[in-house]
Design a protein around this ligand. Sequence first.
Ligand SMILES: NC(=O)c1ccc[n+]([C@@H]2O[C@H](COP(=O)([O-])OP(=O)(O)OC[C@H]3O[C@@H](n4cnc5c(N)ncnc54)[C@H](OP(=O)(O)O)[C@@H]3O)[C@@H](O)[C@H]2O)c1
Length: 251
Amino acid sequence: MPEQFRTAQFPTAVVTGAGRGFGRAIAAALVAGGTRVIGIARDERELRAVRDELGDRFTPVAADATDETLAQDVIREHGPTLLVLNAGALPHMAPVHEQTWETFSRHWHVDTRHVFAWTRAALRAPLAPGSVVVSLSSGAVLGGSPLSGGYASAKAAVRYLRGYAAGESERAGLGLRFVTLLPQMTPGTGIGSAAIAGYAERLGVDRDTFVAGRQPILTPAQFAKAVVEVAADPDSAPEYQGTGSGLQPID
Ligand SMILES: NC(=O)c1ccc[n+]([C@@H]2O[C@H](COP(=O)([O-])OP(=O)(O)OC[C@H]3O[C@@H](n4cnc5c(N)ncnc54)[C@H](OP(=O)(O)O)[C@@H]3O)[C@@H](O)[C@H]2O)c1
């Protein structure tokens, strides 16, 4: 097994949103590296399919990842040294005047809230020194999300949470590392597919033409490999953009 795929320094990891998309690919990469993965999502059927594929090193937990008690209980019971906070809601694709406050604020209530819950639990438990928390923001933070409601702002809050948590870890001498990733839109996953369909329609092009204009495209397997590498690198940058050309640190 190549060096970058050995994840023995993380005997147990939590991956939220592990039922499909990026989360499923990240769980697969970690299990392949020797890590036991607690995979969280609400859809039991999807989690069972992941378990069938990955075997008994994957423990499915069908639950809402925004639940603070869940975060505390899972950390206490399983003692993970890596959290990958990847769960995210499907965007309601519409321009701002066709959003409601509920659709506009959706990502605050799922994406941001779950990163808040798990980050808080990681600091309060606390996780063992040397543990790593990787959270998913989005490249949309840099350019806005005019058709995805409050998505970009909710994902910007994820970036702030990383900085706040890293500061508190340092202040308390906890030895935790927090990293945030900002991947580009990719067609291989649920949220990426929904976003691409919406933005392609707005531009009046079909999906394939839209995707062809954004090569090289980031694949879930490529992104999962990058997540594992960043998690394992004690000298990682705090934030990275993710594109089909790989991860680039953000200054
Ligand atoms: N794909 C892209 O183009 C792209 C680009 C930038 C950032 N991202 C970010 O990357 C992450 C993964 O995106 P993806 O495209 O892989 O999405 P996806 O294929 O739709 O998968 C999302 C996962 O999150 C889970 N989830 C959603 N709400 C949840 C909740 N309340 N509790 C537990 N699990 C929940 C879903 O399972 P259930 O519905 O069964 O709960 C599913 O397993 C998201 O945070 C997304 O915003 C994606």
